[in-house]
Design a protein around this ligand. Structure first.
Ligand code: PAF
Length: 281
């Protein structure tokens, strides 16, 4: 395992790779769990070299408290990654190293992909994600970069940014990894009490039934059903449920043939905000 703390160290690592080595990048903010590890395993199976970046990016937090509370567990993360492979390079720079000219967010034209769902509730979040992912891609120059489908909107936005900036990289989306009770793996799950972690399995169960209902019922009816289910739940508070076209992320008007749809939710479990989604067809 190689730990790279600066852009210079990263550059010298890259200069030692062979010309035809394919490089996989797995960008993370640390606090690694099995979801991240599945991305790393996929990257290892596709590429000769794999870089995992660990960087808690300040420009994507619209809430300073959330940034302060975000778990920082570099030693444990290194330990986990070393168990997967001794061949990995970990790029873990400081904020000053990355944002050498000051912590600034770039603005992108995401064609509305950033205005719905997470974008509606987290001002400028996706410009922050675009800013850091563009920087990481320019620095590490990977052949492929890997992102989880739990953050499906983020995945579509990153694909858009790569197209806009004409970056020579293939973006690979990877399926959501779930806890045995169905809860989507997330670094935030660590902040849930044991009983809330059990309660939160309700989110995926509800999405699964919504998927079944989508086979025979209209989207507004499915949405109404999900809202009612959460209204009746004692401890989980639904922030939104949307059913959208997977490409444009525009909310569904009427079901159309040959269009793929997903249902997306954001839910508060106490003060922990969880997101999840499911492919509907
Ligand atoms: O999904 C994340 O952990 C982050 O948004 C990412 C892609 C690493 C950018 O900071």
């Amino acid at each position: 395992m190689i730990l790279l703390r600066t852009k210079k160290e990263l550059e010298s690592f890259l200069s030692l790779t062979k010309n035809n080595d394919e490089i996989g990048l797995v960008p993370t903010m640390g606090a690694l769990h099995e979801g991240h590890l599945s991305l790393v395993s996929k990257a290892l199976s596709h590429n000769q070299k794999v870089i995992v970046s660990i960087f808690v990016n300040p420009t994507q937090f619209n809430n300073q408290d959330d940034l302060i509370k975000y778990p920082k567990t570099l030693e444990a993360d290194i330990e986990l990654l070393t168990q997967i492979s001794s061949e990995l390079a970990i790029f873990s720079p400081t904020v000053e190293e990355i944002y050498a000219d000051g912590v600034k967010t770039k603005s992108y034209q995401f064609d509305g992909l950033d205005k719905v769902m997470e974008g509606e509730f987290r001002d400028d979040h996706f410009n922050g994600v675009g800013t850091i992912v563009e920087m990481l891609l320019r620095l590490t120059k990977p052949t492929r970069a890997y992102f989880g489908e739990k953050d499906f909107q983020q995945l579509q936005i990153i694909k858009k940014m790569v197209k806009l900036q004409q970056l020579p990289v293939t973006i690979i989306g990877c399926p959501i990894v779930r806890e045995p009770n169905g809860l989507a793996m997330s670094s935030r799950n660590e902040r849930l009490t044991k009983s809330m972690r059990n309660e939160a399995s309700f989110i995926y169960k509800t999405l699964q039934t919504a998927k079944l209902k989508f086979g025979t019922k209209s989207a507004p009816k499915v949405i109404e059903w999900v809202q009612e289910k959460f209204d009746k739940h004692d401890s989980l508070k639904l922030e939104y449920i949307e059913i959208t076209d997977v490409e444009t992320l525009t909310p569904i008007q009427r079901k159309q043939k040959n269009v793929k749809y997903r249902a997306f939710v954001a839910v508060y479990a106490d003060d922990v905000r969880l997101i999840d989604n499911i492919a509907l067809n």
